[in-house]
Ligand binder design. Structure first.
Ligand code: BES
Ligand code: MN
Ligand code: MN
Length: 466
């Protein structure tokens, strides 16, 4: 069994080094969404491969795809032992808006914050997901050095999570034979707080749409034509506004048809998680919360679907005033989905609705981007139990099962194609500014992850033997 003190001593001795190695990875701007970073994404993949080899895997390769590469590595210790497949992503979100960063996004620095008085590392990808992926690599390095690794390990670290994991999906279907295993372990979610461990047992799905509304065949003088010709931006705003009723329910016909309603017991269980509404509002600088009537904030982000505009544009947005009646208006609209909604079906309902409500004065074109399916994870599996035991060991408290509001599209596919459950043993905090300016990852969280992961392997091994 694991000597906890030895683990803590090893972490203490390697702190500087393991932080510097994370910083090196964070310096590579591996933005998957923007083609101008393609070379950097490739560089980050090579770096992850080298880190895995350094950690002691038997083999590691950068697998090329039609998009960004997948880093795949294996370490076999005993063919009869259980196999843990670690999934993570080395790609990051675009750093924009750049002017809101207090230090440059790809020049990691350590700064203290009220939540992280021991310091946090600030950089794009620090928490999502380079920092969390790195914990697994360093934990493996430590387990190898201490002779603690009893399970076989496979690493699958991709470069397209932030753009929908399209090519990983193909790669998994083509490489099923290599991906035999017993559980998928992922650190790409949050805990409730540094002293309240939690494990997400659900993730929302996603349907992502783009709408183009066309009015007149060219931009017009808004005085000469205004009042007589439909303004596509006005129309688009009205169409979007019609998607929610006065109770903030979504009005698209059929939208809720497949939504699983939780029992009163399940809902009261979910609401037992500590939630400080005042602190939540204060952190975001808002005076009041918003959401679907009849549901708490935890329910609104965990078990209810949403519809949000991610971006809207058209007309004149430059300096000063230009009087114009624009020809076109655009919006990107996403819907977070919950069990048992299906992203293709919801995308179809959305398209039909927008086409139906568009007045004859405009033309509307609706296209769907890549989506993802919602997931729920059982708390009864050996994987969940091992994660819960590991967190209890290192936090001194049993983790609370929670529902994550975000999406990891590939998780549903792991279940469908490989028949494997994913355990969402994340260590981030929702307040770590993922996808926002000044993203950071607490040093406490980074080292707590490295401390906890070896216990996951040890308990998973034990549970699978008995
Ligand atoms: N790590 C996040 C998802 C997440 C964050 C889940 C916090 C739960 C808690 C992931 O990298 C992410 O941002 N996913 C995208 C998916 C999309 C780009 C297809 C998301 O949720 O917007
Ligand atoms: Mn992520
Ligand atoms: Mn993300």
């Amino acid at each position: 069994m694991i000597d906890h003190k030895k683990v803590l001593d090893t972490i203490e001795q390697n702190k500087e080094k393991w932080l510097n190695e994370l910083k090196d990875l964070l310096r590579i701007p591996s933005v998957s969404a923007d083609p101008k970073y393609k070379g950097d994404v490739q560089k980050a993949a090579e770096k992850v491969k080298d880190l895995l080899l350094q950690a002691g895997v038997d083999s590691a390769e950068v697998c090329l795809t039609k998009g960004h590469p997948i880093v795949y590595a294996e370490k076999q210790v005993d063919p009869s032992a259980p196999t843990v497949i670690v999934y993570g992503h080395y790609d990051v979100q675009p750093p924009d808006p750049l002017d809101l960063w207090e230090s440059p996004p790809f020049e990691p620095v350590i700064k203290k914050t009220p939540i992280h008085p021991e310091g946090a590392i600030f950089a794009r990808g620090a928490c999502d997901d380079k920092g969390q992926t790195m914990m697994h690599i360093k934990a493996l390095e430590m387990m190898n050095a201490l002779g603690y690794l009893k399970c076989n390990v496979k690493f699958m670290i991709e470069g397209e999570e932030e753009v929908g994991s399209v090519h990983l999906a193909d790669w998994i279907k083509e490489n099923k034979h290599r991906l035999k295993g017993d559980v998928i372990l992922i650190s790409d979610t949050s805990i409730l707080s540094k002293d309240t461990p939690s494990i997400d047992v659900g993730l929302r799905g996603l349907a992502y749409m783009e709408v183009e509304v066309t009015g007149p065949n060219r931009d017009l003088h808004s005085g000469v034509y205004g009042g007589a010709v439909a303004n596509p931006i006005n129309i688009l705003c009205k169409m979007i506004a019609s998607c929610h009723d006065e109770k903030n329910h979504i009005t698209i016909p059929g939208f809720y048809d497949d939504v699983v309603e939780l029992s009163p017991e399940e809902r009261s269980e979910l609401n037992k998680a500590p939630f400080d509404e005042e602190a939540y509002k204060k952190d975001l600088g808002i005076k009041a919360l918003w959401g679907e009537e009849g549901y708490t904030t935890l329910e609104r982000t965990g078990i209810r679907p949403t519809l949000d505009v991610n971006g809207i544009w058209g007309g004149y947005t430059g300096e000063g005033a230009k009087t114009v009646l624009p020809s076109k208006a655009y919006a990107k609209i996403s819907m977070r989905l919950v069990p048992n909604q299906n992203s293709d079906k919801i995308a179809k309902l959305f398209k039909e609705y927008f086409e139906k409500i568009a007045p004859p004065s405009v033309q509307v074109k609706v296209t769907a981007h890549h989506g993802g399916e919602p997931v729920v994870v059982s708390t009864k599996s050996n994987g969940y139990k091992a994660a819960a035991m590991a967190m209890e060991k290192t936090f001194g408290k049993k983790p609370i099962p929670t529902r994550g509001g975000g999406s990891i599209p590939i998780v549903a596919l792991f279940k469908k194609e490989l028949g494997l459950d994913s355990i969402l043993m994340g260590f981030g905090l929702d307040t770590d500014a993922l996808h926002s300016p000044n993203e950071h990852y607490g040093l406490f969280n980074y080292f707590k992850g490295i401390e906890t992961i070896p216990f996951f392997y040890a308990y998973f091994y034990e549970l699978n033997r008995s």
